[in-house]
Design a protein around this ligand. Structure first.
Ligand code: 13P
Ligand code: 13P
Ligand code: MG
Ligand code: MG
Length: 371
């Protein structure tokens, strides 16, 4: 077993009430029971269960490293049990994200989303777990960029000598299954050229640079990047993502990490995974999707780690300081909703090809004439 701590956030939509809005308490209680049994057996050190809208979120700490068969197996068994319960309760889309029957050592490619990182726990280790619903992994591109590379967001990049040298970004091309490392500030424009295409290039991890306060081979942020349609072959819901971000002492302060969500930027997802809308930061109690199955939203759980034990959570967006962002998000909702089925509210045609739209258009195929 490793000296280092691993934080694993593994999530899946296993069924919801009413429609795609939220996870009922019975399901969360069952997940807690399962994880508590694993904690008592010493498999995990600690855990918390959340819901981001209709997604069930397992936050676990342990010393087994990333991609541990035992930890992924535990998450899979927990989701399976919860999906069974969801079927009993006739919840909506029960078992939605459990796309394959058999577990073979890892949940990747089976439907659940995963963000996990192994690192040396510092004397004080603040972490924030972000959980989104009704959107996709690229929704994290803008805020993660802001935290670690934008001096107008993060004062520490300018005034803290231990951050001044910048960070390294691991960017994934999720269509071609390739990745590239880019350093900021020197390659900032190259980085932006990629991650502005947020449906294709996603920030997977952020690392410190060599020679800094933190080990350069231990990530300081990680995002889940699963693409459900590539597994299922057709639309089965968006890939509602999660991320873990470490903060302070050579990293962005907690307030700099949260500041990145003060602007409700447009993300794709929302109704039927087919619309652009603003990302609204909300407290846990508002983590349910309502208007037009949204708007897309994000919750933030703040912790201090104590030898792997989770001290917290603090409900970071439960603060009037984010009221203005929420108000702004709703103004944008009202504006963009009035476009109805028109782009750019509805996603561009190419992205609709992964939805049910082609089936509608098929009916018209024979009626097209040459012009
Ligand atoms: P304190 O002086 O309250 O520890 O705050 C330091 C800091 O970095 C705030 O962002
Ligand atoms: P989820 O991806 O959150 O299940 O939402 C699906 C949907 O179609 C919402 O309208
Ligand atoms: Mg759902
Ligand atoms: Mg969801």
């Amino acid at each position: 077993m490793s000296e280092k701590i691993t934080v694993s956030v593994i999530k899946a939509d296993i069924g919801s009430v009413a429609g795609h809005s939220t996870v009922p308490d019975e399901i969360k209680a069952l997940a807690e029971k399962k994880l508590n049994e694993a904690k008592e057996k010493g498999i995990i050190i600690d855990f918390r269960v959340f819901n981001a809208g209709d997604d069930l979120e397992l936050v676990m700490t342990h010393r087994k490293g990333v991609d541990s068969e035992e930890i992924h197996g535990l998450a899979w068994e927990t989701f399976k049990a919860c999906a069974e319960k969801a079927k009993e309760l006739k919840l909506y889309a029960a078992g939605q994200d459990l796309l394959k029957e058999a577990f073979s050592g890892n949940v990747r490619g089976l439907g659940p989303g995963v963000a996990e990182m192994e690192f040396t726990e510092r004397p004080a280790e603040p972490i924030i777990v972000f959980m989104m619903d009704k959107t996709e992994p690229g929704a994290f591109n803008l805020p993660i960029f802001r935290m670690f590379a934008d001096p107008f967001n993060t004062a520490g990049l300018v005034i803290d000598p231990s951050m001044h040298q910048g960070f390294r970004f691991e960017v994934w091309d999720i269509k071609e299954h390739k990745r590239v490392m880019l350093s900021t500030p020197e390659e900032m424009y190259d980085l932006l050229a990629l991650i502005g295409s947020k449906g294709r290039y996603v920030i997977k991890r952020v690392y410190p640079k060599e020679g800094g306060k933190l080990p350069a081979d231990e990530p300081v942020a990680v995002v889940s990047t699963e693409k459900l349609f590539e597994i299922a072959g057709e639309y089965v819901g968006k890939d509602d993502p999660v991320a873990i971000v470490r903060a302070q002492s050579g990293l962005p302060a907690v307030g700099e990490v949260l500041e990145a969500f003060a602007f409700p930027h447009l993300v794709s997802g929302w109704m039927r995974g087919s619309h652009n809308g603003p990302l609204m930061p909300v407290p846990f109690r508002y983590s349910k999707c309502t208007r037009f199955d949204g708007p897309p939203r994000v919750i933030a759980a703040g912790f201090q780690l104590c030898n792997g034990k989770l001290i917290g959570p603090v409900d970071m967006f439960d603060d009037p300081a984010f009221d203005y962002t929420r108000q702004k998000a709703m103004e944008i909702c009202d504006y963009i909703r009035r476009h109805g089925p028109f782009e750019p509210h509805r996603l561009p045609h190419e992205e609709m090809e992964y939805t049910t739209l082609p089936k509608v258009l098929k009916k018209l195929e024979a009626r097209f004439e040459k012009i």
